[in-house]
Design a binder for this molecule. Structure first.
Ligand code: SF4
Length: 64
């Protein structure tokens, strides 16, 4: 699965990391990938990551 981050839409609610350790945050709470500063990443299919993407209240996480 390919996931894109749209940091401008992130409101730093902290929800996505509670569902998936793929996500982490910058010091200001804005979403990033845990292991890189890339904005697009191809990840193994995972129900946790899918749930995190679908749960983002501002659609700052996008499944391509
Ligand atoms: S769930 Fe969405 S708005 Fe909340 S921290 Fe994650 S990317 Fe940002």
């Amino acid at each position: 699965m390919k996931v894109s981050l749209i940091p401008e839409k992130c409101i730093a609610c902290g929800l996505c990391q509670t569902y998936s350790a793929v996500f982490d945050y910058h010091d200001d709470g804005i979403v990033k990938f845990a292991d890189s500063d890339d904005l697009v990443k191809v990840l193994p299919d995972s129900p946790d990551t899918l749930l995190a993407v679908k749960s983002c209240p501002t659609k700052a996480l996008v499944l391509d």
